[in-house]
Design a protein around this ligand. Structure first.
Ligand SMILES: NC(=O)c1ccc[n+]([C@@H]2O[C@H](COP(=O)([O-])OP(=O)(O)OC[C@H]3O[C@@H](n4cnc5c(N)ncnc54)[C@H](OP(=O)(O)O)[C@@H]3O)[C@@H](O)[C@H]2O)c1
Length: 288
């Protein structure tokens, strides 16, 4: 992370929960003037004691600042704060820093730009204690101009990564990345659950499961290349062979707490491709 210095812009942080507080501490430590507002006033007391300026309303916080972070729980909270702003926000940049959907990012951008502000949507790939370190990545999308204008400040928080000029690009990246983790972790949990129920030593099983996860990681660039070239070599198994395994897996997972993970849809997709004469292709064909 680069070192900060006392300089423009004036920054406001709306929402001083875990992420908002981490931002405030990092920016105060870099010499910034920070105005804070939190719905529950007492939750900002410690930050005010540390040097942040308290605002009496969202409106007051935004008026005093050219760069405004909305570090809030969700889009509902973002919307409730944005609707309190009924003034001209030309020259202000609003950063919506929360986990939300594509349509929510578009709505937030629409509201902010209607008021004349630049809008940046942010996806946080970090926990609060990572803010201000090189281990944190924050994804940004929307106004490239505003991103470039405030890059020095954003670099204090994490490795900033601009992922697209549509407001929703950061939300898509953010959620898709969470999806990679959930699919892998829930796949592991399903496997451990099935092994445990069958009386198998889960510690011994987990070593082989780790190797399986490693195969996914080492195959990432080949998979991407297949998608880009729209060619789907079978690799270790073609679709006909995959279908047989997927059907067995549906049976293994039948009646279990975490369900079958959407495998019937996968089987139906493979069946359609086989019916189309593509049974000798590889698994990447399912998204082609
Ligand atoms: N913490 C993490 O590790 C992490 C990691 C990645 C992404 N995120 C995402 O980052 C966002 C913030 O997370 P966080 O951990 O900072 O959450 P948090 O500690 O629960 O803080 C949530 C903030 O939102 C405010 N808020 C909630 N509803 C509101 C409303 N209707 N109007 C005004 N303010 C409202 C809360 O105010 P009150 O104090 O008044 O309740 C609080 O300031 C979330 O979208 C979360 O999913 C968090």
């Amino acid at each position: 992370m680069s070192d900060g210095k006392k300089s423009a812009p004036e920054v406001a942080v709306i929402g001083t929960g875990a992420i908002g507080s981490a931002l405030v501490h990092r920016l105060l430590g870099s010499g910034y003037d920070i105005t804070v507002w939190n719905r529950t006033e007492s939750r900002a007391t410690e930050l005010v004691a540390a040097g942040a300026l308290p605002a009496r309303s969202v409106r007051e916080a935004v008026s005093s600042s050219t760069l405004v972070f909305l570090t809030l729980k969700d889009y509902t909270a973002v919307e409730q704060c944005l609707t309190q702003l009924d003034m001209d926000l030309s020259g202000h940049t609003i950063v919506g820093m929360y986990t939300g959907t594509s349509s929510e990012a578009r709505l937030a951008a629409q509201r902010a730009t209607t008021l004349g502000a630049h809008y940046i949507d942010a996806g946080i790939q970090a926990s609060p204690e990572m803010i201000g370190t090189d281990t944190a990545t924050i994804l940004y999308s929307g106004s490239r101009h505003a991103f470039e204008q405030h890059k020095t400040t954003l670099q204090l928080l994490s490795k900033p990564r601009f992922v697209g000029e549509t407001p929703e690009a950061a939300a898509v990246w953010d959620l898709a990345l969470f999806g990679v983790w959930y699919d892998a972790q829930l796949g592991l949990l399903r496997a451990l659950g099935a092994a445990h129920e069958a009386g198998i030593d889960v510690v011994e099983f987990s070593h082989t499961a780790s190797t399986q996860l490693g195969h996914v990681v080492t195959g990432v660039s080949a998979t991407v290349s297949e998608m880009q070239q729209a060619t789907y070599p079978p690799g270790p198994a073609d679709l006909t062979e995959h279908l047989a395994v997927v059907r067995h897996l549906i049976e293994l997972r039948s009646g279990r707490r975490l369900g079958n993970g959407g495998l019937p849809e996968v089987a139906a997709r493979i069946e359609a491709l086989i019916a189309d004469g593509r049974g000798d292709e590889g698994l990447t064909a399912t998204v082609g």
